[in-house]
Design a protein around this ligand. Structure first.
Ligand code: MBD
Ligand code: FE
Length: 256
């Protein structure tokens, strides 16, 4: 390791790519095809998707080696910061044939077990047909997502509808690549969570549905911890996702 972190990381990436070129005796035509593919992916707005499919999990693994809190999971490409406040309320959803109401609730605690009031939470998930608000099919960006503040006792509560087993956008260049390398494009149905609170590390995770399709075989290699696969509980016709999260304090600042 040197003082120049950018140098270290970039040169490791460059060496990795060089190794792949050497090992596979990549031709100049293939090299030009790869460049064209990356340009096409950028033009289609799919670079975040294509990169997350392969690499987001590796960052999550690094974080989870260190954390004393709940395990992190993929953020994925569809987080939006600026979304409506839905604290103790309901997210905007659209009428849908497959609609199944869902309650998302639980408590945020610190590593000592104390509730964390006033924590900011973002929760987002797909429509009942596997699309994200603000990204697909002209669904407005304030649908199927929202921001919350935890209550005085550290609890959170919001209602939405169940997401479904989900195929990452596959009509574009990312799908083309997945097909070319013989991989499927499915993800298990999932709900995304992010928590921020002063003095704590940002926490990002996902919850899944126990025994659901693809929980063992995620095209994006998420759900490594298997921690938040929630068994079916239905109350008043609503699927209950009752999940407590532990967030960890910021590392102590090195003092000069
Ligand atoms: C998603 O919805 C997602 O959550 C991830 C991790 C990757 C692609 C699409
Ligand atoms: Fe997702």
């Amino acid at each position: 390791m040197s003082e120049n972190r950018a140098h270290d990381v970039v040169m490791d990436i460059v060496e990795g790519v060089r190794d792949a070129i050497r090992k596979n005796d990549v031709t100049f035509d293939e090299y030009k095809m790869a460049i064209g593919y990356i340009m096409k992916t950028a033009q289609a707005g799919e670079l975040p998707l294509m990169i997350d499919v392969f690499f987001n999990t590796t960052l999550v693994e690094n974080m989870n080696k260190k954390t004393k809190g709940s395990p992190n999971d993929l953020q994925g490409p569809y987080f939006l910061e600026d979304v409506p406040d839905v604290t103790n309320g309901k997210m905007k959803t659209m009428p849908h044939d497959n609609e199944q109401p869902m309650v998302l609730k639980g408590t945020i605690r610190d590593t000592e077990g104390n509730p964390v009031p006033g924590a900011e939470m973002w929760i987002w998930s797909s429509t009942p047909d596997g699309k994200y608000g603000g990204f697909h099919d002209n669904i407005p960006s304030d649908y199927y997502r929202g921001k919350l503040k935890t209550n005085d006792d550290g609890t959170y509560y919001v209602e939405s509808t169940m997401p479904v087993p989900y195929q990452i956008p596959h009509a574009g260049p990312t799908g083309e690549l997945m097909r070319a390398i013989g991989r499927h494009t499915w993800r298990p149905a999932h709900v995304h969570y992010k928590v921020r609170a002063p003095g704590f590390m940002e926490f990002t995770t996902q919850a899944y549905f126990k025994d659901a399709e693809w929980v063992d075989n995620d095209s994006c290699s998420g759900n490594q911890s298997r921690e938040f696969e929630i068994a079916e509980v239905i109350e008043d016709g609503k699927r209950i996702m009752d999940i407590d999260f532990v967030i960890q304090p910021l590392p102590a600042m090195a003092t000069a």
